[in-house]
Design a protein around this ligand. Structure first.
Ligand code: TRP
Length: 447
């Protein structure tokens, strides 16, 4: 077996795992979900579900991963016994498939980020024709920039997780945060923003239990924390045995929620500023128009109000978005690549390129059939597959893996864990409450 990498420090892990968690899901997806689900009610339900369901599943993944220290299929096998081996294969492969399908749509959106970044550069050089091509939806543009994004993702993954992933996450993520805070400050000075703040921050409590909203919020919570495919299991497998896992996991969850909430604080008021300035955002029935395009409509409109500084801000924003997308996409590709390189013994570079190009082919199929396939793949993977695989992870930790072994694993980095709050609540919680909640939510939304 090839020698495995390990994160060089606690900060490196937090940054890499947050780098995986923070991405288009927070900044592109979350505001769209908020806007199409009536504002604050969605924010409220999403935060509650992150604590109630996503954090416990995150812990299940991290603990299994660090225990087994191998790819996801072998990791789940390592915590199963005779009878449950079949289920272990099913869970592992289903996760690999889901990770690959998520990458296949994610890279299309990420390609748009690169195109918008280059669009602003083109504008700076006065080439408006090029800018228009770069920022308008077209088959050719989508193919080119999706392909380019794969090239970047595969290159980083082939150089290995700790070398490739750490370097990117540690430098650029903090910059994105600073830029967002500055932009939130700016938007507060604009006419129309107050209406956006109100809609975002005032939940309409009669809607928080709406079944569609709850399923969307559940999907968002899982997607945003990169759960239900094995990404966090893999990242857990690169954590040193001396780390306190429950604390690390809580840190990542809080950072991820924080960034999503900040992104909403930027995009939702920006929507209402744009509306105030005459940009059409809702159709006559009050539904969001072209929701995929929300931030590509609203933010450039905002940047334009900033005069010549707007161009610089736009370049900065879209380049940081591309980076945020990359630190996430590498964590998706890592799932099938770890399997190919460790269980199939393929060698990391070969594994990264062959798996990467295969998933690229899926992306191209989606691009050629965008209107019929894109939404379908998003819904299948994020709304259904991720929570269901997450449920299976809970079954393994709650019902199959021996509890004394779980405790021993946690104790490696936190010798006093037995007496802590986490150990008092979590084991029975993932055993009974999490599976029940997921099943209940599905049953409720399907009936
Ligand atoms: N969490 C990332 C985001 O919000 C996306 C992501 C990375 C992901 N790895 C994942 C989603 C694994 C699901 C599964 O953009």
């Amino acid at each position: 077996m090839a020698s495995r990498g390990e994160f060089s420090s606690r900060t490196a892990f937090i940054l890499a795992a947050s780098g995986s968690a923070i991405g288009l899901g927070n900044i592109w997806g979350f505001p769209i979900q908020v806007a199409s689900n009536g504002g604050g009610a969605f924010v409220f339900t999403y935060i509650i579900l992150t604590f109630l369901l996503a954090y416990p599943v995150l812990m299940a993944e991290l603990i299994i991963g660090r225990h087994a220290k191998t790819d996801t299929v072998s990791s789940i096998l390592a915590v199963s016994s005779g009878k449950s081996k079949g289920l272990a294969y099913l869970t592992g492969y289903w996760g690999i498939l889901t990770a690959s399908l998520i990458l296949s749509f994610y890279s299309i959106i990420a390609g748009w980020m690169i195109a918008h970044f280059l669009g602003s550069v083109a504008e700076m050089f006065g080439n408006l024709e090029l800018k228009q091509w770069l920022t308008e939806f077209s088959l050719m543009r989508n193919l080119v920039f999706c392909g380019l994004f794969y090239f970047l993702t595969i290159s980083i993954v082939s150089s290995g997780v700790t070398a490739g992933i750490e370097r990117w996450s540690t430098r650029l993520m903090p910059m994105l945060l600073v830029l967002m805070v500055v932009l939130i400050g700016y938007i507060a000075t604009q006419e129309g923003a107050a209406e956006g703040w109100r809609i975002y921050l005032q939940p309409d409590f009669s809607r928080v239990l709406n079944p569609d909203l709850v399923i969307d919020a559940l999907g968002q919570a899982f997607f945003s924390l990169s759960l239900g495919v094995g990404t966090m299991m893999i990242y857990g497998s690169y954590v040193s045995k001396s780390e306190n896992l429950p604390k690390l996991g809580a840190g990542v969850a809080i950072i991820d929620i924080g960034v999503a909430v900040l992104a909403g604080l930027l995009v939702i008021p920006a929507m209402y500023v744009a509306l105030h300035n005459g940009v059409t955002i809702f159709d006559d029935a009050g539904n969001l128009m072209a929701s995929d395009n929300l931030i590509f409509t609203v933010l450039p409109a905002l940047f334009e109000t900033m005069g010549s500084a707007g161009l610089v801000v736009s370049i900065l924003f879209f380049s940081l978005m591309t980076t945020a997308a990359l630190t996430s996409s590498i964590s998706m590709l890592e799932v099938p690549v770890a399997y190919a390189s460790e269980s199939l013994d393929l060698g990391r570079t070969k594994a990264a390129w062959s798996v990467g190009l295969a998933v690229l082919a899926i992306s191209f199929v989606i691009i050629f059939n965008f209107s019929s396939l894109f939404g379908l793949v998003v819904a299948f993977t994020t709304k259904y597959s991720e929570p269901l695989v997450g449920l299976l992870f809970c079954i393994f930790v709650g019902w199959i893996w021996r509890r004394d072994q779980i405790l021993a694993e946690i104790k490696l980095g936190s010798p006093d864990a037995e007496n802590g709050l986490f150990w008092k609540i979590w084991p029975n919680y993932v055993k009974f409450v999490c599976p029940l909640l997921v099943i209940l939510l599905f049953w409720h939304s399907l009936s």
